[in-house]
Design a protein around this ligand. Structure first.
Ligand code: TXA
Ligand code: MG
Length: 318
């Protein structure tokens, strides 16, 4: 199946495929997802297989409204406040499952918690509503690769036999922020993302880091989101054999710029696209300019550090 621009017909075909346990390339406001019916463990198994993803890594269940979330999980007052403020949007909540949770064990990797998110994207929500069940969708890249922000990126990862719904480039460009809300525990930031720490603090007042027993603090794997090229971070010069990935005004000619005007939103939206582009140009090494840690810079720097981390088979990885 090819890449298809979204319309009523195509949405109908996609919902039917999901109903039959097939996978669909699904646009969201953050990155494209590899979608399956979250209640169908065979369909979910296909996700793990296609991604080459370690089975212990649980998936996000995407819902189309708050009522659907309330059926799947125990949502405390903090969860309700966050949903009211940030849903639909790039915020995922890790919460205890309800006793009649419909999302299959495999999607949750057997955990008694579930990651829930309501995407701010009409196509994603139409798919969930059409299926009338939560949709499990990790980013539509092979495990460890750069996340896809266009339909063409998804086709590059999985080939054209996958039905990919093309809704243009993702507006946000980095994955959702993940917050864990467990009973008697402080709210914990498991993964920085499209909603900033500052925005969360304004609602929660307090936000801890991942706990020591965080089996699944995302990005558990140190090397992740990695392009083929090596990355050198906080670069203030370009060395022999490197191409430059700038941020803000720069004296370096050539290469690419995350945001020439130093805008963190624009940089987030460009991040994965530019890493892919430099890879496709055959760069062996990328020198990345410093990006401030504030606001969306936290998510951008998190992804950059993972992309720069030593790779599997290169020794320094645990
Ligand atoms: O923006 C996004 O979140 C995208 C789009 C497609 O929605 N999805 C995404 O999914 O980034 P994925 O699978 O690449 O990352 C989900 C992360 C994983 O790192 C996983 O460990 C974590 O969520 N996660 C899922 N369930 C969890 C749970 N019960 N406890 C802790 N972490 C969990
Ligand atoms: Mg991912």
């Amino acid at each position: 199946m090819p890449i298809l621009p979204v319309n009523e017909n195509v949405l109908g075909v996609a919902v039917e495929r999901l109903r039959q346990g097939d996978l669909v390339g699904m646009p969201t406001e953050t990155v494209y997802g590899l979608a399956a019916d979250a209640t169908n463990s065979l369909a979910v198994a296909r996700i793990y297989e296609r991604k080459g993803r370690p089975q212990f890594n649980p998936l996000i269940a995407h819902v189309s409204n708050v009522a659907m979330a309330r059926r799947e999980a125990h949502l405390d007052q903090r969860a309700e406040q966050l949903m009211q403020r940030f849903w639909p949007g790039p915020l995922t909540l890790v919460v205890p499952i309800a006793s009649d949770c419909s999302v299959c064990d495999l999607a949750r990797a057997g955990l008694s918690t579930i990651a829930l998110r309501m995407p701010n994207h009409p196509t994603a929500r139409a798919l969930i509503e059409g299926l009338n069940r939560p949709i499990a969708a990790p980013s539509a890249n092979r495990s460890g690769h750069v996340s896809p922000t266009t339909a063409a990126d998804v086709a590059f990862e999985f080939g054209k036999e996958l039905l990919i719904l093309d809704a243009g480039p993702c507006v946000i460009g980095v994955e959702s922020t993940i917050v864990e809300l467990l009973p008697e525990e402080p709210a914990r930031l498991l993964r920085p993302g499209g909603i900033t720490r500052e925005e969360l603090l304004a609602v929660l007042g307090k936000l801890d880091g991942p706990g020591t027993n965080a089996v699944n603090a995302p990005g558990q794997l140190q090397s992740h989101y990695a392009p083929r090229a090596r990355l050198r971070l906080n670069a203030v010069d370009v060395r022999e054999g490197e191409v430059f990935l700038g941020f803000g005004p720069t004296m370096v000619s050539g290469g690419e710029n995350l945001s020439a005007r130093g805008d963190l939103k624009e940089a987030a939206a460009n991040l994965f696209t530019l890493l892919r582009r430099l890879d496709e140009q055959g760069a062996n090494a990328i020198a990345v300019a410093p990006v401030p840690e504030t606001s969306l810079g936290e998510a951008i720097n998190d992804r950059l550090r993972r992309a720069a981390a030593p790779r599997e088979g290169e020794g320094a990885r645990t």
